[in-house]
Every structure is written in structure tokens, then in C-alpha cells.
Design a protein around this ligand. Structure first.
Ligand code: AMP
Length: 213
């Protein structure tokens, strides 16, 4: 299984991609998670990426394609679910070239659709576990103890790019830079449109059907 998740920030890509990877024993590859780990470890790449991420802008394509090449070479064999990649036409074209060289291909692209006002509410109420990455919505799906993760007891935090003005910019960047690649995958007949504005299990069932079909 080689799947790409498209969809604006806050449409549920991370949650659904992790679940799909678990169900099918594929590798979950989130460029956002890899970059946040690099920032935590204070690597050169992390320090560079942080400047773009803090402003809600995209990290340059050459950095992202370098990450993906490494991930595909080390983990690509058992199948992969890309979450948050590709985000530009140059990334989609770069991925195509890499896959061709490796004799691989994409089997499905999941496009998660959620109205902007729902996205903004979700991101403003989102907290995540510092340790295991589980995410909560303080309004509709809060943790049992307010600042502790239900799964592992880890500390909960808010992403700094979930601040209102940065959310606005991330949505704008999505419309300008990422939306155009929808047509790239539509023209290849790979795209499945999924209504992401439903409960988590319903969304997952639709995705599982789409990747099986
Ligand atoms: P995410 O966790 O997917 O919401 O990504 C958080 C931030 O990481 C984004 O706002 C970008 O700054 C950066 N980022 C993640 N993936 C990419 C990508 N494929 N291309 C460029 N920037 C990315």
C-alpha cells in the first residue's frame, strides 16, 4: 500500500494516516513529525525548518525531498502512508521521479475535505501529547485529566503554529501551494474525495474502503 493524504491542516490527516498505517502494517511518514523531531534534537535541518514552520510557511522543497528520499530508502519496502507530503507541485514531481527510480508507485491519494470554519475551531482546541503524539480536542474530545495524556500519562501541549494568525497563514499557503497538486493526482485517476467532517470512525471506514477499492 502506497498512499498519500492530502487535505488542509486540521482535516484529520495525522489521525487517519496513523490508523491506516496500523491497520495495514504500512509505515506512517509525516514530514511535519520528522521536522518537529529535528527541531527538538536541535539539528541543522531543524534550526533551518523552524523559521518557516513558526510562521506557518512551507519548508523549502529540497529539504523535504531529502527527507523523503531517506525515508523511502530505509522504510519504503513494507508500504507507506504519506501524511503532509507532497505539499507543492515540485514535491509531487520529485516524488514521482524517486518512485520511478525505485520501481514503486502510489496506489491511492486520499483528499480529506473539511470546511475552513470547522478547521479553525479544531486547530484552536487541539492539544497533543508530548510523548506519544495522541491528539485531543479540548471542546469535543478532551483528555480525562486536563493536562495529561490518557494513553501514556505524557504532558499535553499546544502546537505554536496552532495560534489564530498562523492558522490563517497555513490555510492560505495550502490554497496557494498545495491545492494545485490535487489536479496532478486527479489526472492520474488516483484521487478519492473523503468527507472529513464526520466522526472519526465514519471517516476511517470511508478511507479504508477507498484504499481497498
Ligand atoms: P504538519 O504537521 O503537516 O501540519 O506540518 C507542520 C509544518 O511543517 C508545516 O506548516 C510546514 O511548515 C512544515 N511542513 C511539513 N510538511 C511539509 C512539506 N511537505 N513541505 C513543506 N513544509 C512542510
Amino acid at each position: 500500500m502506497q498512499v498519500i493524504f492530502l487535505g488542509a491542516p486540521g482535516t484529520g490527516k495525522g489521525t487517519q494516516a496513523k490508523r491506516l498505517a496500523q491497520r495495514f502494517g504500512a509505515e506512517h511518514i509525516s514530514t511535519g513529525d520528522i521536522l518537529r523531531d529535528a527541531i527538538k534534537e536541535n539539528t541543522e535541518m531543524g534550526r533551518k525548518a523552524k523559521i518557516f514552520m513558526d510562521a506557518g510557511n512551507l519548508v523549502p522543497d529540497d529539504i523535504i525531498l531529502g527527507i523523503i528520499k531517506e525515508e523511502l530508502l530505509t522504510k519504503g519496502n513494507k508500504g507507506f502512508i504519506f501524511d503532509g507530503f507532497p505539499r507543492t507541485t515540485a514535491q509531487a514531481e520529485g516524488l514521482d521521479r524517486m518512485l520511478r527510480d525505485l520501481g514503486m508507485s502510489i496506489s491511492k491519494v486520499i483528499n480529506l475535505n473539511v470546511p475552513d470554519e470547522v478547521i479553525v475551531n479544531r486547530l484552536k482546541s487541539r492539544v497533543l501529547c508530548d510523548n506519544c503524539g495522541t491528539d485531543y480536542n479540548m471542546q469535543i474530545r478532551p483528555p480525562k485529566i486536563s493536562d495529561k495524556c490518557d494513553v501514556c500519562g505524557g504532558e499535553l501541549y499546544r502546537r505554536s503554529d496552532d495560534a489564530a494568525d498562523i492558522i490563517e497563514n497555513r490555510l492560505k499557503v495550502y490554497r496557494q501551494k498545495t491545492k494545485p497538486i490535487e489536479d496532478f493526482y486527479r489526472s492520474k485517476g488516483l484521487m478519492a474525495e473523503i468527507d472529513g467532517n464526520r466522526n472519526c470512525d465514519e471517516v476511517f471506514d470511508s478511507i479504508a474502503k477507498a484504499v481497498a477499492g
